[in-house]
Design a protein around this ligand. Structure first.
Ligand code: NAD
Length: 477
């Protein structure tokens, strides 16, 4: 049994003041594999104090110095890539096809931020003023379990690039990944206190970050419910808040799409990350004129998907991360049946012979957009095919949601797809692709969040503009 009993404050691994031990599981076996000792409010305050102390010097570092640090962080995390891969498979159950990306992505984000910084000018002239983009202060970075290492590194890379110091509150369910990343980042040799990593409960350590007056900014990725609480808590001290929350993304198959190409993309978008993805395309909007074909192809595709041992290279869908998450997905499958949707593939219970928290890849059809399974984020491999009559109706259904994170359009005609994309309320619209673009802004409309991450937009969320007036008297009217 593994015991993780250190947190990282002021450049040192320390034993938390908090005493609670929290069980860690392998979701593919549902067995306990170890425990993590959780930090408490006292630990959170010590981390915030360290980051506050480090901020004045760090905020004055040059762009070149910060680029050098980001390169070192990239190298340090890359050196632990295989350990991270193991941790992601053991603790999260990501199938090895997905886990490879999840192990590479954390390190690559440091270099993405180097690219952003190289082209970014922190000082600019606007009329007679000189405007300086200024680091905002100490940032609280809070991550979910579905890509814990990726979010730690992405958020931290951006904070460092901006000249901010940080306190990171990772998911308590991802302590193994956090340990590997923390050890790696320690090796990068940043000044003490610039980043601090404090694993603890959301309602304890997360809440302390969300209300503490010395935290200037929160960057949070997680559920919409918790995100709303963070927004309310931050109002008292006027925190700048970036929220990356849930989604119910539409995949619109237009009637001119080649189904041989469109169906694998639609299924891939829906079942990505074992369905535990905020950007999963969980509502497949199908033209009624081609519904029978789409159903047949989708059913065949779902039945071919391998669910099981995450280490098997053929496996496409791993287990749900926890018993709680498994129960939640089962509940939604039951609701789908009760509300009268037609089960096309999968269904309730575990696939045969699998003991962990596995779910059968499930597709419902004849779903209407007012059904619970079309409205609420399920966060598991459960998709809904929603028939539509014409393009106008497809757009209306796609936009009839409280969310607006991502959308997918599958079409044989790029011009047409583009026109439809312009009318979709979502932070990202992917046309005939599932590829990520790390330089483009990412984030949601409506209740999918506030603000954007990645690229220049992500960087500026950690900066405040400061205008200096009078330097250019010749231009003053
Ligand atoms: P969650 O909201 O339960 O937890 C996220 C993080 O917030 C965890 O570290 C948790 O400990 C912490 N937390 C919980 N209560 C808190 C509080 N009161 N104050 C401060 N922090 C608190 O989410 P989860 O179950 O870990 O992750 C799944 C959710 O994340 C899904 O809704 C998914 O859509 C969303 N998500 C969004 C994105 C995105 O980029 N938009 C990406 C991945 C996941």
């Amino acid at each position: 049994m593994r015991l993780i009993d250190k947190i990282y404050i002021n450049g040192v691994f320390v034993t938390p003041h908090g005493q609670e031990l929290f069980d860690l599981y392998n979701p593919a076996t549902a067995q306990v594999t170890g425990q993590v000792r959780l930090a408490d409010e006292t630990d959170a305050r010590a981390a915030i104090a360290a980051a506050k102390e480090a901020f004045p010097a760090f905020s004055r570092t040059s762009k070149a110095e910060r680029i050098a640090l980001l390169v070192r962080m990239h190298e340090a995390v890359t050196a632990r890539r295989n350990d991270l891969l193991e941790a992601i498979i053991e603790e999260y159950g990501a199938p090895s096809s997905r886990a490879g990306f999840m192990a590479d992505h954390p390190a690559s984000q440091f270099l993405d931020m180097v690219r952003v910084l190289e082209d970014y000018d922190f000082t600019r002239r606007i009329a007679s003023a000189e405007v300086i983009m200024t680091p905002i202060g100490v940032a609280g970075l809070i991550t979910p379990w579905n890509s814990n290492a990726g979010f730690i590194c992405g958020k931290l890379a951006t904070a460092i690039a901006a000249g901010c110091t940080a306190v990171i509150k990772p998911s308590e369910m991802s302590a193994l990944q956090t340990q590997v990343v923390t050890e790696a980042l320690h090796e990068a040799g940043l000044p003490a206190g610039v980043f601090n990593i404090v694993t603890g409960r959301g309602e304890v350590v997360g809440a302390e970050l969300g209300s503490h007056p010395d935290i200037a900014k929160i960057s949070f990725t997680g559920s919409t419910t918790v995100g709303k609480g963070i927004l309310r808590a931050g109002a008292e001290t006027m925190k700048r808040i970036t929220l990356e929350l849930g989604g119910k993304s539409p995949t619109i198959i237009l009637d001119d799409a080649s189904l041989a190409e469109a169906i694998p993309l639609a299924i891939g978008a829906g079942f990505m990350n074992s369905g535990q993805a905020c950007i999963a395309g969980t509502r497949i909007l199908a033209p009624r004129s081609r519904l029978t074909e789409i159903e047949a192809l989708a059913k065949a595709a779902a039945e071919e998907i391998r669910t099981g041992d995450p280490r098997d290279p053929e496996t496409a869908i791993g287990p749900m991360v926890s018993r709680k998450q498994w129960d939640r997905v089962q509940r939604y499958i039951r609701i789908g049946l009760d509300e009268g949707a037609t089960l096309l593939a999968g269904g309730e219970d575990r696939p045969d012979e699998l003991g962990g928290w596995f779910v059968r890849p499930t597709i419902f059809t004849n779903v209407t957009n007012d059904m619970t399974i079309a409205r609420e984020e399920i966060f598991g491999p459960v998709l809904s095919i929603i028939p539509y009559e014409d393009e106008e109706e497809a757009i209306a259904i796609a936009n009839d949601t409280v969310y607006g994170l991502q959308a997918y359009i599958l079409s044989g005609d790029m011009d047409r797809a583009r026109k439809v994309a312009e009318r979709i309320v979502a932070g990202r619209v992917l046309i005939n692709t599932l590829a990520h673009e790390p330089m483009a802004p990412f984030g949601g409309f409506r209740q999918s969040g506030i603000g954007r991450e990645y690229g220049t937009y992500g960087l500026e969320a950690f900066l405040e503009p400061k205008s200096l007036l009078g330097l250019h008297q010749d231009l003053v009217k």
